[in-house]
Design a protein around this ligand. Sequence first.
Ligand SMILES: [Zn+2]
Length: 365
Amino acid sequence: MKLAQLTAYLESLAPLAYQEDYDNSGLIVGQPDMEVNQALISLDCTEAVVDEAIATGCQVIISHHPIVFKGLKKFNSKTYVERVVEKAIRNHIALYAIHTNLDNMMMGVNARICETLGLTNTRILAPKQNLLKKLVTYVPIAQAEQVRKALFHAGAGHIGEYNEVSFNAEGTGTFKGSENSDPYVGEPGIRHHEAEMRIETIYPANLESKIIMALVLAHPYEEVAYDLYNLTNQHQQIGSGMIGELEIPVDEAEFLGEVKAAMDCAVIRHTAFTGKRVKKVAVCGGSGGFLLKHAIAAGADVFVTADYKYHEFFDAEGKIVIADIGHFESEQFTQQLLCEIIQEKFVNFAIRLTKVNTNPVKYFI
Ligand SMILES: [Zn+2]
């Protein structure tokens, strides 16, 4: 298939619009119209991973972390980033990254950690704001249902477990077309009164152009009247970190033992135990330190994350146990997650999980 088919599918699940500002998710090297029949999945895109793609005949590497974060100014093989990009281009291998846009999804990296730790009642720890908008449009009553259907089909009216969400109120619209107009009802030059339905519905901002196109196509009027509103509501399905609960509370040492086994960690760095039993657990794959306040406010007993620095550990202040399990360890199951979501859609597409352990951190035990 074309690479674009694969990336369009991944971006339907984890839209690029949901990546953080510092990130560089998406197609980094390669052409959307190139043919691909085998993908290599990895957490990081290192030289060894590119070599593996060449050796195994993969045309695309899908990694969690982007190989390039900032602008590259030179390509003279001096750094591993330049060498990876150069080698990929020379060997016609596409590089694609699905990073914080996947982190921020309900079905993403953190959901996989929660699942691995046996957490239930999970929700996003820090839901994002300003991702939702509202559309209001006015439609002749007879066409209201066709417009509603078109809007829902384009992705509007979705809140949590609810679909086809809208508010509808009847009223009267007026219009007078110019001599050059071709009104759907009424005559040019004469004011017309039409019984209309005011339809309101919510939608994710990144789908706006698709939804407006659907509206204009389904609406009978020559000039479609609609209003777009910015909302400051939180989007409960998009954001950083997750929090969930253990079905049976356990003591802190027992819990960390379970985390160590489940996440295959050589070691866990943690703050002092508080003496409480562990019921609520907050998680964030990768560098999650910025979420500590959210974890404490949400009543988490333990915060499982990575990349903690010495001074940041003091912020636990006896309110929570910070457990730093290692960046690679916290995100390792992302590779399986990617394999599963691609396989689910493209049953006959070959997917290979990297055999390279890309973790740059080694433990001397
Ligand atoms: Zn990461």
